[in-house]
Design a protein around this ligand. Structure first.
Ligand SMILES: [Zn+2]
Length: 460
């Protein structure tokens, strides 16, 4: 196939933007990138898809999300963290069946494809959501993923008063054993599209001894680790109670940091921490909308980037971002950084797009395969339809994507050389069935949990 007549934002080492550009795809790979004329001349026998002057760019990579919470979209808005977790999210999740876990993942995957995300890191897949069902859903959707299986041996979070719902509690030995058996079954599936990682809970939810074990096992197998760290201020108190200057120092001593590790959030970090993250090659997923929604704080993105930390970005979950639409969240990355530093020059559009593509690929450990439009890389890219008032006119295509576009502007999605969506029709999933199943399951979970959630205004 040739995708021609596009504004190609390549994200290649020179960051070329090719006007009247084209991308030739052969099997799973990008065969060539260049001007439409020369690509058409060099590949005369290929099927040609006219991009009609729209933007073609790498698929986005969400470095921190919870597929399980798609069914809980909007269930706990405008409440404090205690109510959020203890009265809503954990109670509902503790009442999931494995079929609910799969349905939630399908809903999240559908939304990802419809908003241009072609790869993601699932940060904490609990036992009760059913690993195999979720992995099967990812495999058939065509998206690539690193699935972090939850590991835990303590029911608390950032202090003893936060205790999980009994339906969510797992023990250390079982959660380790099940992660390793999921790794044996699924790691490398879909010709490398699926990775299985450790997704241990935040310090406080995992004993230091269990972290040591996770670090050891991950290094033996070259497995990834993803862990929420420094999301809330209370994490600092936990680290101090263990005798550490910061949670990052705690994580390093317990073997969690390194080039195969992605920390979710890293809001409450300082220049000393950034040095450690840069030295160890640890990645961070910045989750701007989640941090804003939960008032967790503003992550020091500009500082981390300047210190050489690989900062990617993520949507986190539909409970605290209400969307898995990366395009919608792009500008929040820039806006929060500008507010924090009181400087309109920091974290410009170009940097945001690097975080959402190249840095995400590096966080997943697949920077040689995806993240940019270059010959020899996997064909993971999206086409954004510019034929809309909010995207007209285009002065700078990078600015247009970051500051003006939303996920529903994505028209076509290709991953591993397969068209997952064309003309906004998803070809790998049954959209209608997934939506009606999700609506029904949400009501059933609410009922099983004994909750009644709705508008705070009078319902007549
Ligand atoms: Zn999270």
């Amino acid at each position: 196939m040739i995708f021609e007549n596009a504004i190609v934002i390549t994200m290649d080492p020179e960051r070329r933007v090719i006007m009247e550009g084209a991308v030739a795809v052969e099997g799973k790979l990008i065969a060539a990138v260049g001007k439409s004329e020369e690509i058409a001349a060099n590949f005369p026998e290929k099927r040609r898809i006219d991009c009609r002057g729209n933007i073609l760019m790498p698929g986005l990579i969400d470095a921190h999300l919870h597929t399980s919470q798609a069914l809980l979209r909007g269930c706990a808005d405008d409440v404090d963290l205690i109510d959020f977790l203890i009265k809503r999210v954990w109670v509902l999740m503790g009442n999931y069946t494995e079929a609910d876990g799969r349905a939630s993942a399908e809903l999240a995957l559908l939304e990802m494809i419809k908003s241009g995300t072609t790869g993601f890191i699932e940060c904490m897949l609990a036992e009760r959501y059913g690993f195999d069902g979720v992995a099967e859903a990812i495999l058939s959707s065509g998206v690539r993923a690193a699935i972090g299986k939850i590991v835990m041996d303590r029911p608390s979070y950032a202090g003893e008063e936060f205790v999980m719902h009994f339906g969510m509690i797992e023990d250390g030995d079982t959660s380790i054993r099940n992660t390793l058996s999921a790794y044996d079954r699924w790691n490398g599936a879909g010709e490398g599209r699926i990775q299985v990682w450790f997704g241990p809970r935040t310090p406080g939810g995992v004993s230091p001894e269990l972290y040591d074990r996770i670090g050891r096992l991950a290094r033996e197998r070259d497995m990834g680790i993803t862990v929420h760290l420094c999301e809330v201020k209370e994490d600092l108190e936990y680290a101090a109670s263990q005798g550490f200057r910061s949670p990052v120092e705690f994580a390093e001593v317990h073997g969690l940091l390194g080039p195969r590790t992605v920390l979710g959030h890293a809001v409450w970090t300082d220049p000393e921490d950034w040095k450690i993250l840069a030295r160890t090659g640890t990645s961070v997923s910045h989750n701007p909308a989640s941090n804003s929604h939960l008032a967790s704080g503003i992550a020091p993105v500009a500082g981390m980037l300047a210190a050489g930390v690989n900062v990617a970005m993520g949507c986190d979950a539909a409970t605290c971002d209400n969307t898995y639409d990366m395009v919608r969240d792009l500008r929040e990355v820039s806006h929060l950084a500008k507010i924090r530093e009181e400087d309109p020059l920091v974290v410009p559009a170009e940097t945001v797009l690097e975080m959402a593509t190249l840095h995400g690929a590096r966080a997943m450990g697949i920077e040689d395969e995806v993240g940019s439009i270059e010959a020899g890389k996997r064909a993971d890219f999206i086409v954004i339809n510019l034929d809309a008032p909010h995207l007209t006119p285009v002065w700078d295509p990078v600015s247009t994507v970051v500051y003006a576009a939303v996920g529903s502007d994505v028209d076509t999605v290709v991953a591993d050389g397969v068209i997952l969506m064309e003309g906004r029709k998803v070809l790998t999933m049954d959209e209608e069935a997934i939506l009606s199943d999700a609506r029904r399951r949400a009501r059933e979970i609410e009922k099983r949990a004994g909750l009644s959630i709705g508008t705070r205004w009078p319902v007549v």
